[in-house]
Design a binder for this molecule. Sequence first.
Ligand SMILES: *[C@@H]1O[C@H](CO)[C@@H](O)[C@H](O)[C@H]1NC(C)=O
Ligand SMILES: *[C@@H]1O[C@H](CO)[C@@H](O)[C@H](O)[C@H]1NC(C)=O
Ligand SMILES: *[C@@H]1O[C@H](CO)[C@@H](O)[C@H](O)[C@H]1NC(C)=O
Ligand SMILES: *[C@@H]1O[C@H](CO)[C@@H](O)[C@H](O)[C@H]1NC(C)=O
Ligand SMILES: *[C@@H]1O[C@H](CO)[C@@H](O)[C@H](O)[C@H]1NC(C)=O
Ligand SMILES: *[C@@H]1O[C@H](CO)[C@@H](O)[C@H](O)[C@H]1NC(C)=O
Ligand SMILES: *[C@@H]1O[C@H](CO)[C@@H](O)[C@H](O)[C@H]1NC(C)=O
Length: 470
Amino acid sequence: MAFYHQSTLSTHLVARWLVLGLIALSVVECRRNLLFESYATYAAINCRKHTAFLTDFGGISDGKTSNTAVFQAAVQNLSQVADDGGAQLIVPPGRWLTGSFNLTSHFTLFIQFGAVILASQDAGEYPLVESLPSYGPGGRFSSLIGGSHLTDVVVTGDNGTIDGQGSVWWKKFNRKKLRNTRPYLIELMYSNQVQISKLILIDSPSWFVHPVYSSDIIIQDLTIRAPVDSSNTNGIIPDSCNNVKIQDVNVVSGDDCVAVKSGWDEYGIKFGVPTEQMIIRRLTCNSPNGSVIALGSEMSGGIKNIRAEDITAINSQSGVRIKTSPGRGAYITDIFVDGMNLQAIDSVFWTTGSYGEHPDLGFDSKALPVVDRINYRNVVAEDVKMAGNMSGIDGNPFTGFCLSNVTIGFGTQQDNRLWNCTGVSGVSSNVKPEPCDVLADKGPSDCEYPPDPVPIDVLELNTCSFSTIG
Ligand SMILES: *[C@@H]1O[C@H](CO)[C@@H](O)[C@H](O)[C@H]1NC(C)=O
Ligand SMILES: *[C@@H]1O[C@H](CO)[C@@H](O)[C@H](O)[C@H]1NC(C)=O
Ligand SMILES: *[C@@H]1O[C@H](CO)[C@@H](O)[C@H](O)[C@H]1NC(C)=O
Ligand SMILES: *[C@@H]1O[C@H](CO)[C@@H](O)[C@H](O)[C@H]1NC(C)=O
Ligand SMILES: *[C@@H]1O[C@H](CO)[C@@H](O)[C@H](O)[C@H]1NC(C)=O
Ligand SMILES: *[C@@H]1O[C@H](CO)[C@@H](O)[C@H](O)[C@H]1NC(C)=O
Ligand SMILES: *[C@@H]1O[C@H](CO)[C@@H](O)[C@H](O)[C@H]1NC(C)=O
């Protein structure tokens, strides 16, 4: 499909070049520009009729002059025409310093190869915004790139970069000098039809990509990098979101590479919006102070029907980890993992029912989460310290674990306990080394994996283009 579009485009291109060539012969003044005209193409949920460049609005790419007002004016300007066929804002090569700005609907922010959006290190460039209702009160700095109540919004490029310049924020955080939550790199709230793709994201002040209260989300072809000792630089955090695809993402960070969440204790229970219907495919993770994929710990709206396929990790605390606590309520159920290749891992299977960390004293300690139907199959792990460290909640066991075709090799720092299972139950098949008794072998059969795709997984992207002069 994409191939067909592409070849049609190149035919147009050849024809266009011929025509341009002829015009260039007669109109000498135009010749230079016309000869340098070329096209950029990219894959997106929707293409756009209107195109503008950041330079049209007076952007300065010296890496020192703040372009916050320029980005805001550009989005504002394009929002006037976006309802008519959509609009795209192109960020050309250069270093574009900016503080927080919001996107609009039917809109694409395209960051060209060689373009860097540099996040300002001035806290004044991130006005405080309202707290998240599913997390309870508390001030937060606005995210670098934000948006709320949007439909059809794309942030993409041809490997352009967004650099959060987070070091000043990490230092302040570590010295406990912050009273408000640090900015995230990209946060879209109450939005649907969201795409974030083909970008290099580095050094976020805190979380990198945070879709929250949103649906129909594609996140793909991202390279995410932060120092492995930077605090809370989680990669992608789908939070009370529905119908999500995360694919071909490579994360090196200081915390969980992907963290699936849905609100915190009494606030999350009251808000009551789960994260469900998600596929994570071909994720590569290196996070010695985090998990490859964490479910929780904030999960009080529920987490359900999450699939993970073809997961690779080098140096992380665990594979797909469950984190919850009394007070969280809700559930983590119908989790399906197929194919993990893990190197240098503390615990391949890690389940924690006593995570703690509460927003305030108002939580209900009797609100106990249900954890059930957690399936892992086709797992190979090398250089492991402990095979499984799995615990539920006293008097509220976590049930329905299934582990099949699992081979675990140990490093020199092997913890000779191998498995520690308390308050969990389930079955296993062909697991080496032999798991704890509560996960008894059920004979040769694979753990379940759903045959039907999540809806967003079958959506085909369009091939879009714009002409660049340069
Ligand atoms: C912004 O949009 C208006 C039309 O609403 C247009 O006339 C104007 O030229 C645009 N401004 C810039 C800087 O492109
Ligand atoms: C961005 O949107 C949020 C949520 O609607 C709002 O609180 C904030 O003030 C907006 N920021 C800017 C710079 O317009
Ligand atoms: C973009 O980056 C990815 C990951 O580093 C790389 O595989 C791909 O070839 C790059 N594409 C372009 C057009 O530079
Ligand atoms: C790992 O994360 C924890 C909790 O966020 C933090 O307290 C600790 O300092 C981190 N360790 C390193 C080495 O960054
Ligand atoms: C096992 O997990 C518990 C929390 O669930 C943690 O306190 C403990 O340190 C872990 N043990 C090892 C050996 O990692
Ligand atoms: C077991 O898992 C490994 C690793 O994912 C895979 O290569 C192999 O084909 C699986 N074996 C069976 C019988 O499914
Ligand atoms: C096993 O797990 C339980 C519950 O997390 C913990 O209290 C205990 O210390 C662990 N035992 C070992 C030997 O790690």
